[in-house]
Design a protein around this ligand. Structure first.
Ligand code: ZN
Length: 319
């Protein structure tokens, strides 16, 4: 059985777009690799932050739905996003976050890895997790963060479940994850040789979680191509989950479904990638629309708030 190839991207819900951009590109120093719109709601941006080349697995994306209420923490929801940073960089990150007004907790250790956990300006729980180099990563010369400390990509996510056993069965027998360890009520799953873990805990004491500003929207897992995607999709359906047809997201092809506990998952192809419609040197600088929305560019652009790349907005950061 060929399972998924680790994490592809994670999408979350943010408040005002400019504040989101200021934090992820300005403070965390990730590259805005695509400035587009939510294809199902083109009045809302879809902002993609990644490494310089937008490698699959490096990509944290946001729908800025500032009018939404805060989320209800609970089961059936991903509750934290992990971003991978270089070994020994947490001192740098602790100081940098504090300088720009974010207060991380003390350094913690999970599954042998050191991390700093904090809430982003809109309440999303984020952990910066130290890991040895090894994944494909291209540093971003335009980042306010030096190469040696830059975010390398997604580490994974934490999810809460009402009954984690059904999710465990689904992850291992349908998606090809392996159980990597258990610690403090959490079980870690991952795909050997691929970046991206999911930590699962039973949270029967909680209520059902609900999306809101500052929550994760979905977790996307990598597949090689459409044929691989179709094979995994067939297994998802055989396991009783309802999967969408393949949807062309232009930069990748997507299939969505809920895992047994209710967390929204996606299968996303590696290609064609973010450079399919923009010069790789200028990713994210202008509004990019999929071809079927180009005819409406004028009205779409008018409805969106202006966005300024954040280096100019941060005190003490030289462009
Ligand atoms: Zn997605």
């Amino acid at each position: 059985m060929q399972g998924v190839n680790g994490v592809h991207h994670i999408t979350a819900i943010a408040g005002p777009a400019q504040e989101n951009l200021d934090f992820y590109a300005g403070v965390l120093g990730m590259r805005l690799v695509k400035r587009s719109v939510n294809q199902d709601d083109p009045t809302t941006y879809h902002l993609f932050y990644a490494d310089a080349e937008g490698h699959p697995g490096s990509d944290l994306t946001f729908f800025p739905w500032a009018q939404m209420a805060p989320p209800r923490p609970g089961y059936g929801l991903a509750m934290e996003v992990g971003l991978e940073v270089p070994q020994g960089s947490l001192d740098f990150w602790g100081q940098r976050l504090q300088r720009y007004g974010t207060r991380p907790g003390p350094v913690q250790t999970r599954f042998g890895q050191q991390l700093l956990a904090f809430s982003d300006p809109h309440g999303l729980n984020v952990a910066l997790v130290e890991a040895p180099a090894g994944r494909p990563f291209t540093p971003w010369d335009g980042s306010p963060v030096p190469h040696a400390q830059q975010v390398r990509g997604l580490h994974g996510a934490q999810i809460w479940e009402r009954d984690a056993s059904a999710t465990r069965q689904f992850l291992t027998t349908v998606l090809g994850f392996e159980e990597l360890g258990a610690e403090g009520g959490w079980t870690r799953f991952g795909v050997p040789g691929a970046a991206g873990v999911v930590d699962v805990r039973d949270a029967p004491e909680a209520r059902r979680g609900a999306w809101g500003v500052g929550s994760v929207h979905h977790l996307a897992w990598r597949v090689d191509n459409e044929a691989h995607q179709a094979r995994v999709r067939a297994r998802v359906e055989s396991a009783g989950a309802q999967a969408t047809p393949m949807i062309d997201r232009f930069w990748f092809k997507s299939v969505y479904f809920k895992e047994p506990g209710g967390v929204l998952f996606e299968l996303a192809t590696d290609g064609p990638g973010f450079a399919v419609d923009e010069d790789a040197a200028h990713l994210g600088e202008t509004l990019v629309l999929p071809p079927w929305l180009e005819a409406h560019r004028g009205s779409i652009a008018q409805a969106l708030p202006p966005l300024n790349l954040p280096v100019e907005n941060l005190p003490g950061v030289q462009p």
